[in-house]
Design a protein around this ligand. Sequence first.
Ligand SMILES: Cc1ncc(COP(=O)(O)O)c(C=O)c1O
Length: 401
Amino acid sequence: MSAARDAFRRHLAQTSEAPIGLEVTRAEGCWLYCADGRRYLDLIAGIGVSALGHGNPAVIAAIEAQARRHLHAMVYGEYVIEAQARYAARLAETLPAGLGRVYFTNSGAEAIEGALKVARKATGRATFVAFDGAYHGDTMAALALMGNAAFRAPFEPLPGPVRRLPFGDEAALGAIDETVAAVVIEPVQAEGGVRIPAREFIVALRDRCTRTGALLIFDEVLTGFGRIGRLFALDHFEVAPDLLVLAKALGGGMPLGAFCGSDELIGRLARDPPLGHITTFGGHPVSCAAGEAAFEQIVRERLWERAARVGAALRTRLEGMIGREIVAVRGIGLLIGIEFAAAERARRFVAETIARGVVINWTLNADRVVRLAPPLVIGPAELDFAVGTMRDALEAMSGGA
Ligand SMILES: Cc1ncc(COP(=O)(O)O)c(C=O)c1O
């Protein structure tokens, strides 16, 4: 056993009793090179983070240049940090009007927390609405929104009140009333098992929020930056939220989150009291520089179009595997869910596939669904390898089931 693996087992906090446990020594493009001497095709990209794959030269150059200029200088918001200001301006230029003011954080959960605080302060209301199957992160308030009771239970009481609604059900939207500060939704649920609502549902939700004065918060932590075949899910649904939460691919592989809104909404954090929402490391200049470099490439190469095309072709090939084990395949862009007849079979499929050199995993709130979120730049030969490997894994399962 390597020294790193030994230290991992003995001294690092574990998040499960059965970690994937790959010991990554190097990563390049869509491949992870591991201490066992093998390479693994990465079909989850750090769960949607590495949109450009690993080791993108422009991102690395931006990191190196910023590291030479300066690292951390001051808590977020006090100094003019060019890397932050430039990236915020670039995002504002691309997002719909009304989302042009950006508050950078360290992570997705932290951005959710910030958006919830803005909603409380702006509306003076207490209640939040979230959806079955939702995942918004693991800090206390983000966890309170979690659409799976098993993950909430050990940590209760959690901040609230939180009203939970069925995802995608227009008839349930009447529960959003004048007591609601904000409705938080992933426009496409990922951890909930890759669930894609009808556009009518998102339009009706926007309408209900506008009529009741509840703020609509889109959590695009996973759906943003080309993943679902448009630059953002808000482009797909043609619906603008009051607050937009970003993370994952936002930082180009570095830790970075953000919540974005109007001058009026985000401006509330600067007063009554001033410094009422601050962070030391949020919007770290190296993260912002890396994120901006990645964003420029995604936009320049219109990678969402590639994600739409490649994702559709991949889904068609996966649909050919529907049978006794796989009961459904769904997806949008390069966010794809493969649904199994039973959770235990999904787990077995994941294990058989990783053993053959392709990394996939299942979703937290829908344990029968295996999620694929490969780098948006994945190539044809890599896709052939992925599909062939998954087919072999299925065959091995039926052989030894
Ligand atoms: C939709 C969504 N929101 C929020 C989060 C939390 O982000 P982080 O892990 O950066 O706190 C995640 C993480 O997987 C996510 O998928």
